[in-house]
Write a protein that binds this ligand. Structure first.
Ligand SMILES: [Zn+2]
Ligand SMILES: [Zn+2]
Length: 334
């Protein structure tokens, strides 16, 4: 089972086609649903493939793992799916102590909070901020007030298990059309870190989008502006807004500009990162991971930061958890 989980992790970090990932996720579900003796008996008699959802390659991984070997396919994958890191970007990656934007199964992520925390700790992080979607994003199974409260209870329990690693509370809150936030003030105030992102009406006229974003980043509760242009490389153009005005508002209200590491986003593009540096902004290099393997995408954002020469001391997730919380508390006081 661990071998299958690791295969899924490696495929995810390589941004593999969801079809290959699905085959292994499906096999994992099948294996989990059966008593271990039955899986072993079927592996020994080469009858795993009789099960629906298990094909030749997944069966081979299970058989080899049960025989006590590291599956050949996994050995190959471990080597082939390493996320490359240049020397310049390594300096940034080594300075990062946490990840401030990631999702779990509570919204549209594929892994449990536990699995995300264990993986982030394994990558050398001291903390992660759990930022599932807010209620408005129904396609992503966003959390309403009640579910967020339930999640906060679960995070408290998980923190007891994973200490000294820390799961900080947070949310990726939708920026509504008028710049309002998709969560009540009392909850916004209670969360450790709030990422605010535009997910709807990305094509609105620039002057409206500017007002919308400025209003959101000026909220005392917002700590990070997520993937600011909303672009999807080769699929969706960036939204248009007065970047000077938005970044100036970010700098003034201590809202960090996120460097989003997802390969299909890599948002903001270099010219906007340079503009944000010139405006005196803070930054956060975040994976926006929706699966454990995607937590390994931070190097992509580190490459972007290195390319644009982002001052390391302006990156908020190079801070320890306590220093980060002091920084966000300071933001809220403004
Ligand atoms: Zn988002
Ligand atoms: Zn996200």
């Amino acid at each position: 089972m661990e071998a299958l989980e690791r295969v899924v992790h490696c495929l995810d970090r390589a941004h593999e086609s969801s079809f290959r990932v699905k085959a292994f996720v499906q096999a994992l579900d099948v294996v989990r649903s059966l008593p271990p003796e039955e899986v072993e008996r079927r592996a020994a008699t080469r009858r795993l493939q009789d099960l629906p959802g298990i094909g030749a390659s997944t069966a081979k991984v299970i058989e080899e793992a049960l025989a006590g070997e590291v599956p050949t396919y996994l050995v190959q994958l471990e080597a082939d799916t390493q996320v490359p890191l240049s020397d310049a970007a390594r300096t940034y990656r080594q300075a990062l102590k946490g990840d401030c934007h990631l999702h779990s199964r509570w919204s549209d992520g594929g892994a449990t909070i536990d699995a995300m925390a264990r993986t982030a700790a394994g990558l050398g992080h001291e903390y992660m901020v759990l930022t599932d979607h807010s209620a408005r994003l129904t396609v992503a199974h966003g959390l309403d007030r009640e579910r967020l409260l339930a999640q906060l209870d679960e995070v408290a329990e998980i923190n007891e298990r994973v200490a000294p690693f820390r799961v900080l509370t947070g949310m990726e809150v939708d920026i509504l059309l008028d710049g309002d936030l998709d969560l009540d003030d009392d909850l916004l105030a209670r969360l450790d870190v709030v990422v605010a992102s535009v997910h709807s009406k990305l094509k609105m006229p620039a002057f409206e989008m500017t007002a919308r974003m400025v209003r959101a980043v000026r909220s005392p509760h917002v700590d990070i502006l997520g993937h600011c242009t909303g672009r999807m490389i080769d699929k969706r153009p960036p939204s248009t807004f007065d970047a000077h005005a938005v970044f100036a508002a970010c700098a003034e209200s201590h809202t960090a500009v996120e460097i989003n590491c997802r390969p299909e986003r890599l948002d903001p593009p270099p010219e906007l990162v340079r503009l944000a540096i010139a405006e005196g902004c803070w930054f956060s290099i975040d994976s926006d991971a929706h699966a454990t393997g995607q937590l390994e995408w931070q190097p992509l954002g580190c490459e972007r930061a290195a390319e644009c020469d982002v001052p390391i001391e302006r990156i908020i997730n190079t801070r320890s958890a306590d220093d980060l919380l002091a920084w966000t508390a300071d933001t809220a006081a403004r």
